[in-house]
Design a protein around this ligand. Structure first.
Ligand code: NAI
Length: 356
């Protein structure tokens, strides 16, 4: 039997800005770890736009529909303007439909029904941070809220956006969060919302999440208004176990939480659906440091580690985590955001050397 028959193919989207640097690092480390994966690169984002006229060409979906697994670098989205990511997809009746989304990442999450974004935030030994003992799981609803892209200019000076919350999407993400927590023996889930003002939408999110959680008697449910939650996260982040948030608050709080443990360079993530998953760091394309070999590859590498656990290759995942811990403890080959002075490539090479 050919050795590669047991290997899992992963669609690889390098992305924009620092994306190609940090995904290259993640792929090198994964391949060196002995993981049984093969990467299939496809082009999406600005590079795809330049080469094909669209940021999300059809072959990206073709590859993902075949392999159901994606490792993705960040993709750049212009601020403001009328940039839309148009995709041609087949609807339930077999007809081709053109749909548009605010960004490549949102288009992928939505079209692939990746309904939850899981973002573990924790202190890593030897990563400088103002806090200790943070070990927080963020579950961000990934399919609706203000991210459905239903925005319009009413006139030149007035714009509106539609916020959608459904009971079904809230039930789905809450169930996922609670089941995931059970597997990890996590005990307390805090729902973030603004139901005092967004009475219908966030009110529905909060009510539905609390309803779904009733049979999960082993998990304590609590709720916080999202602004107060931000304050508490900064004052005593170690007191939270897991957060369940609608899409927009989840996006914002993920970056805040990354800042509590050393910055965006150390925060990985996974977008998960019923039959497909896409692993990507919390951070964006970081145009300010792109192409300079200074980006921290940790978040991309840890996203790949989450991927390896998802496809049941824990040994390779453990090896990578141990190697990373050694490099962090050694403090010699770490990027400048971690207090070191080496580049992305040197840190990656050190992690590969430390694999055993
Ligand atoms: P950003 O996350 O790219 O950068 C924010 C700050 O964090 C910058 O100072 C950057 O240098 C730093 N940073 C980020 N990753 C780092 C790393 N690995 N190592 C060291 N420093 C790092 O956020 P920004 O500037 O708001 O967004 C830039 C672009 O990225 C935008 O076009 C945005 O739409 C896109 N973006 C894409 C995402 C995705 O594809 N999933 C997620 C977030 C943003």
């Amino acid at each position: 039997m050919h050795k590669e028959e047991n290997f899992q193919t992963v669609t690889l989207i390098a992305g924009d800005g620092i994306g190609p640097e940090v995904t290259a690092a993640a792929c090198e480390v994964v391949l060196a770890s002995g993981a049984q994966v093969i990467f299939e690169p496809v082009l999406a984002g600005m590079a795809a736009m330049e080469q094909t006229g669209t940021p999300l060409p059809k072959n990206v979906f073709q590859s993902i529909k075949k392999h159901h697994l994606v490792l993705k670098g960040p993709t750049q989205t212009p601020f403001g303007g009328d940039y839309r990511v148009r995709v041609e997809m087949e609807n339930a009746q077999g007809q081709t439909e053109v749909r548009s989304h605010p960004s490549v990442a949102i288009a992928l999450r939505k079209e692939l029904s990746l309904y939850v974004n899981v973002r573990p935030i924790r202190n890593y030994p030897n990563v400088p941070s103002r806090y200790e003992n943070i070990d927080l799981l963020i579950f961000r609803e990934n399919s609706e809220d203000l991210y459905t892209g239903q925005e319009r200019m009413i006139d030149a000076n007035t714009a509106e956006a539609i916020k959608i919350i459904t009971a079904s999407a809230t039930q789905r993400v809450t169930r996922f969060a609670l089941d995931y927590m059970r597997r990890l023996n996590r005990q307390r889930l805090t729902v973030g919302h603004k139901a005092n003002v967004m009475k219908m939408t966030d009110g529905l999110f909060l009510k539905t999440a609390m309803e779904v959680a009733k049979p999960y008697v082993d998990i304590q449910m609590e709720q916080r208004v999202v602004d107060a939650l931000c304050m508490e996260l900064v004052m005593k982040p170690e007191s939270f176990d897991a957060l369940l948030l609608p899409n927009l608050y989840g996006d914002i709080i993920s970056d805040l939480a990354a800042g509590l443990v050393g910055g965006l360079g150390v925060a990985p993530g996974a977008n998960i659906g019923a039959d497909c998953a896409m692993f990507e760091a919390v951070h964006g394309s970081a145009p300010d440091i792109a192409g300079k070999d200074v980006a921290n590859p940790m978040a991309a590498i840890l996203s790949a580690v989450m991927m390896l656990r998802y496809i049941h290759q824990p040994q390779a995942a453990d090896r990578i985590e141990r190697a990373l811990s050694r490099v962090l403890a050694d403090k010699k080959d770490i990027t400048r955001d971690l207090g070191g002075s080496v580049g992305t490539r040197q840190m990656t090479a050190a992690i590969i050397r430390a694999l055993n």
